[in-house]
Design a protein around this ligand. Structure first.
Ligand SMILES: NC(=O)c1ccc[n+]([C@@H]2O[C@H](COP(=O)([O-])OP(=O)(O)OC[C@H]3O[C@@H](n4cnc5c(N)ncnc54)[C@H](O)[C@@H]3O)[C@@H](O)[C@H]2O)c1
Ligand SMILES: O=P(O)(O)OC[C@H](O)CO
Length: 307
């Protein structure tokens, strides 16, 4: 059945998702801050509202929507991969708190928007506590070039896509320093351990991190120069400053803010996150990439699990 879908955010990801819904024949409107129409006008008779704004815009967009009369049938989908700097909440937690009577679905997976716009095949996950809502969103986006799986662990799916951005910065550093394939495998594997450690403490399911939205996205983003987060790490390793990198970076590298929020949360909750800590210190220019590497290599020796 044809759905009316409004996509909030006309950036790289919002545009790619709009393309995917349009090829399935759905009525799609992309809304941005510069839209000539108001939100009230575009949200008339909408079935699905998908937010693809970057983390810094989420609270602003949520409060604009809270002022509008919205039918409780409307499904919210969040595709943002970030953490709120004030509360450390995830975007879906912000949407659900603001709209407690609406179903909220998280959409996340190994989805580099440029590849999707080139019509290359990809897969993703839509997760919600309301299974029927996830299934509606699955139908909106599924096609022969985009395979969509449902999942009942929205927090785990969302954290996978969010936390891997920190590891993607580290992976870019690893490649920028030309540390080789062994080092990269070690980094991504230990990075996943770190994601699982804090994610499970947060309330997510461990197995979710081994799926598309966790390991899948970690592999895509940690190995692709198309990733903005990877590019940040790569260029830091090549000697550029963060300010220089951000001047020329196309789009948002959410991992920079996520690293700060994660450091705060891991310290508050006493959770060991050594890779995240070195990425944080590197972004703060407290260590060089080589010093960060040495810090990680010279940590106390220990069993692989049990740390
Ligand atoms: N690009 C990708 O490949 C990709 C894939 C999956 C997920 N994501 C995630 O999607 C989100 C957006 O990424 P992107 O690549 O489209 O970034 P982008 O920088 O291209 O676009 C960000 C969008 O957010 C909007 N925005 C920012 N602040 C706003 C505000 N206060 N009010 C309204 N709109 C605001 C911008 O206008 C822009 O349209 C990020 O969280 C990213 O991690 C991106
Ligand atoms: O360009 P990045 O680093 O934001 O990565 C984009 C997506 O998260 C990949 O799934």
């Amino acid at each position: 059945m044809t759905k009316s879908v409004v996509i909030l955010g006309a950036g790289a990801w919002g545009s790619a998702l709009a393309t995917l819904a349009k090829i399935n024949g759905h009525k799609v409107h992309i809304w941005s801050r510069r839209d000539s129409q108001t939100l009230a006008e575009v949200l008339k008779d909408v079935d699905v509202i998908l937010s693809a704004v970057s983390m810094k815009g989420v609270r602003n967009v949520v409060s604009q929507l809270q002022c509008l009369p919205l039918s409780p049938e409307i499904i919210f989908v969040t595709a943002t991969k970030g953490l709120d700097p004030q509360t450390t909440c995830t975007p879906s937690q912000i949407w659900q708190e603001a709209f407690p009577n609406h179903p909220v679905v998280v959409l996340s997976g190994p989805n580099l928007s440029q590849e999707i716009q080139q019509e290359l095949p990809a897969a993703t996950v839509v997760a919600s506590n309301v299974v029927s809502a996830a299934e509606v969103v699955q139908l909106v986006f599924s096609s022969n070039r985009f395979r969509v799986y449902t999942n009942a662990d929205p927090l785990g799916v969302e954290l996978g896509g969010t936390l891997k951005n920190v590891m993607a910065i580290a992976a870019g550093v690893c490649d920028g320093l030309q540390l080789g394939t062994n080092a990269k495998a070690a980094l991504l594997t230990r990075g996943l351990t770190e994601m699982v450690r804090i994610g499970v403490h947060w309330g997510a399911k461990q197995e979710t991190f081994y799926g598309l939205s966790g390991l899948g996205d970690l592999l895509a983003t940690g190995n692709s120069p198309l990733s903005r987060n990877y590019q940040v790490g790569y260029q830091l390793a090549c000697g550029k400053t963060l300010t220089e990198i951000l001047t020329h970076l196309q789009g948002t590298a959410e991992g920079i803010n996520t690293t700060k929020v994660l450091m705060l949360r891991s310290k508050q909750q006493n959770i060991s996150m050594p890779i995240t800590e070195q990425v944080y210190r590197l972004l703060q220019a407290e260590v060089t990439p080589r010093q960060a590497l040495l810090e990680l290599m010279l940590r106390d020796i220990k069993p692989e699990y049990n740390d």
